[in-house]
Design a protein around this ligand. Structure first.
Ligand code: NAD
Length: 500
């Protein structure tokens, strides 16, 4: 059956703006298909017993074009900060530069450290390359290379700082295990590249292992991100909950949603101590707007996550199971409609009505879902405070802009800054040791790291840092930055040079 069911009265496309529940939530109807899928989703949530009071705010294209570069009006923050729950339809980012990402602004401003994206298949009712995939990707949302701290330092070299904190690692790891426990999941897998980034990714991995000790009932495993990503793409059914630092999570959450075959069905949540944001992962699909054909499932399932988050697990379960039954009955929107599998092609509002008609029913072939009624308490883990370590300065890395390709004359100049308490220990170029005893084959840029270390039995201090830099200034060396070398409780807080 190929005819699309449409509403007869166009006024039904007007989004609901007020509801009578008791739990206030901030709602943005967004751009493109946003208003249609938000209305459909709210209709289903309310019919399913959600106790919510909608506070609408304006975000997106018209706010950007009115001159707010973050795409959100200043007064909208009052509602967000009061309700602490943001249910957001997709927005259109205007073409051209100067517009900041609304999602990044909201995430960072409200400290939404955990991005949660369930990715699962609904075979045989929605085609997928994988059967039995049911993975939840939990991505750290605030740290890593996304701090946006970048510098150009020489003619040839730019850098981006990767910042990883122990509290950040602890919060996301604990969130992943708490999530697994609350949702009856059996295993949490961590992906990092700690064979290369021993301090940053090493900390993420280490804290994951430490936190996992508190959850003896949940299996934990770690994969290096390259082979882990390959396995996730090849056999996603082997994974359950996956927790990752920001960059890997950004990439792999899209991969996971895509291989599930259901980008239009995937929800996501951004969780923090000061609030939470729930949305579909797709955009505003402007070409589908105003036609009552878009699939509201991603946004509706984000609404289900929101209900679970605010402690309304019973309504979440009822709605989610009615949605699964609708999928199973073959009532599908155009994007997932398939002859021979689907039984009815419906538009946005008719799809919502089909779910409402099935409230109280459960799927037969697909597994029904279960939610704890009040799962709120696990949502916002707090990092533990630790006594500070004994921190000792043992040397300094001086980064130098030096256009010659040969490290030997550079070493001779840098050695002018030595004294009896410290000496030049090595020079690296892009991390590879090139002095002493470098290989002539190593390609060198104009960006050099020169490491001064305290001599055995000697103390190093900050006055010596100034002394070194003064001497280098006299020698005409173009130093561009320094990094202090500390030990923490006797353990080096810095990596060795490659080949050192
Ligand atoms: P898109 O996700 O809007 O659309 C990609 C494709 O998927 C299109 O063919 C579209 O028709 C289809 N599609 C998406 N959602 C659908 C749904 N619910 N039902 C049926 N079909 C659906 O991606 P895009 O076209 O690259 O971006 C459009 C706009 O959305 C851009 O302005 C982009 O910046 C914005 N965007 C916003 C968000 C957000 O608000 N979180 C996320 C991604 C993109």
């Amino acid at each position: 059956m190929n005819n699309i069911a449409r509403p007869t009265d166009s006024s039904t496309l007007e989004p609901a703006t007020a509801t009578s529940g008791t739990v206030p939530i901030t709602v943005a109807f967004g751009d493109g298909i946003g208003p249609e899928i938000m209305k459909a989703s709210l209709d289903v949530l309310l019919a399913g017993g959600a106790d919510i009071a909608v506070e609408p705010i304006d975000i997106g294209e018209k706010v950007y074009l009115a001159g707010q570069t973050a795409g959100i009006a200043p007064e909208a923050w009052d509602s967000l900060r009061r309700t602490k729950v943001f249910y957001k339809a997709p927005i259109t980012t205007p073409q051209g530069g100067g517009f900041k990402s609304l999602n990044v602004t909201v995430r960072k401003s409200l400290g939404l450290f955990a991005n949660v994206r369930p990715c699962r298949t609904y075979e045989p009712f929605v085609a997928s390359k994988h059967s039995g995939m049911d993975v939840v990707i939990i991505r750290e949302n605030e740290e890593d290379l996304y701090a946006g701290i970048e510098h150009r330092q020489t003619d040839e070299v730019v850098q981006c700082l990767k910042l990883i904190s122990r509290p950040g690692c602890e919060k996301i790891a604990r969130y992943a295990f708490d999530y697994a426990e609350a949702h009856g999941r059996k295993k949490v897998t961590c992906f990092t590249k700690d064979n290369i980034m021993k301090l940053t990714d090493g900390l993420f991995h280490k804290v994951f292992e430490e936190v996992g000790e508190d959850y003896p009932g949940i299996e934990k495993e770690h994969w290096i991100v390259d082979i882990g990503a390959a396995k996730l793409a090849d056999t996603p059914e082997d994974f359950d909950v996956v927790v990752l630092p920001n960059l890997y999570g950004d990439v792999l959450s899209d991969v996971a949603a895509q291989i599930a075959g259901s980008v239009g069905l995937a929800p996501s949540a951004n969780i923090g101590a000061a609030g939470a944001m729930f949305e579909a992962i797709h955009g505003s699909a402007p070409r589908r707007a105003g036609q009552d054909i878009a699939n509201p499932s991603g946004l509706l399932l984000a609404g289900v996550m929101m209900l679970s988050h605010i402690g309304q697990g019973r309504a979440a379960e009822r709605i989610h199971n009615a949605w699964l039954k609708t999928m199973e009955d073959g009532v599908h929107t155009y994007d997932i409609f398939a002859d021979g599998v689907s039984t009815q092609k419906v538009g946005t509002l008719a799809f919502a009505q089909a779910i409402i008609d099935r409230l109280g029913e459960e799927p037969v072939t697909l597994a029904p879902v279960r939610y704890a009624e009040n799962a709120r308490s696990f949502n916002v883990p707090v990092a533990t405070t630790r006594p500070p370590a004994r921190k000792e300065l043992v040397g300094i890395d001086v980064f130098v802009h030096w256009p010659e390709r040969d490290p030997v004359p550079l070493a001779a100049v840098m050695q002018q800054a030595e004294n009896g308490a410290y000496k030049l220990a090595m020079i690296t170029n892009r991390g590879v040791k090139v002095w002493p005893a470098g290989l002539p084959e190593t390609f060198c840029t104009d960006h050099w790291r020169c490491r001064f270390l305290a001599e055995p039995g000697k103390q190093f201090n900050k006055a010596m840092v100034v002394e070194i830099l003064n001497k280098l200034t006299q020698e005409g060396v173009d130093f561009i930055k320094t990094e202090h070398l500390f030990t923490f409780d006797g353990e080096p807080g810095f990596s060795l040079g490659q080949g050192q």
